[in-house]
Design a protein around this ligand. Sequence first.
Ligand code: SF4
Ligand code: SF4
Ligand code: SF4
Ligand code: FES
Length: 374
Amino acid sequence: MAIITINGRDLHFTLGQTILEVAREAEITIPTLCWLPKTGHNNVCRICVVAVAGADRLLPSCSTPAADGMVVETNSPEVRQARKSILSLIIADGRHDCFMRRLPEDRWPPYQVAAATRLHREHACSADGACQLQALAIEYKVPVKDLEPEPGDFPLDNFYPMITRDFSRCIQCGRCASVCSAIQVNDAIVPQFGRRAEKEHWWPAVDYSRCTHCGECLQVCPTGALTAKKAYGLSVKEDLLEKIRTTCPYCGVGCQQELVVKDGRIIRINGVEGAEPNRGSLCVKGRFGYDFIYSKERLTDPLIRREDGTFRTATWDEALDLIAEKFKKIIATSGPDALAGLSCSRSINEDSYQMQKLFRAVFKTNNIDNCART
Ligand code: SF4
Ligand code: SF4
Ligand code: SF4
Ligand code: FES
């Protein structure tokens, strides 16, 4: 059986596994930013580099196959220094203002002044507290205040109602393009990798004629480059949030959702990674269509139409009695097949089951259908 030695531990592995996969199975932490197992996307950011004995340079663990007899160090001083340098380059290449917000304005160094001159900076970055780049910068003690910002400006795509795309916080990891292509099969984002200086348009711009606003790209973005517009400016610090697992109410597919709740209100909805049937994906309605919960126009009581066509508020007993009376009258005069039921595709399976039971067993008609079947 093949054996690799990682940080002095001998580990069995299956041929074809990468160093990163073997390390993760053994609960050895190696940081990643671009790696996305669900699409196989990797080998862009280099933050996962490790030292392999005999290699003439550090190797990215996410794309380097494990080999029998290989000896790997994942956390040596050389590896940590390389990661720190990579993080410095990534941060200097953008305008990451979360670091600035912790200092009084008169103490902002050049990098932070440059970050503050960006448009759309009236709030702290919405990813502050949940950003994978920020977490690594803190862990590796990257001296942000000493960084010289790379010149250049960054587009801000804020034209559509669902997602704000602030490319000054983009690290070019390519995850967004990868999921748009491999998971949603929309190919709305042209992959743009490599050095910005060598490209006229380096940012992962969206072709909105192909985009369905599903937010798959938003869910995998490791930074604050992609933000749910409705959550813009809201703190997402993990310790202030409640997360509630639920089933999407919109259709019969039953996608699994995680509601991110702050002060009793939903501020974001994510798909639950790995959970069937949607494995983390959602459509535009499931991810963004939750405002109706808080609509003042929502009905909270049954309404009964008066003779003159206007409505009056009723109790549930009153409304149900009226419906039962009318159903009985129709069946008595025209027979049960004069009734037909259409159960709403937003209802849960159990409710649809009960409805067909009511029609078949109580009313004695098979005139029952569900709009999700069409
Ligand atoms: S994307 Fe991350 S590192 Fe950049 S400003 Fe936002 S929280 Fe900070
Ligand atoms: S919202 Fe969906 S379709 Fe649009 S770019 Fe993102 S992943 Fe692609
Ligand atoms: S927008 Fe986000 S996911 Fe896309 S390349 Fe930039 S950082 Fe990565
Ligand atoms: S995680 Fe390996 S190169 Fe990005």
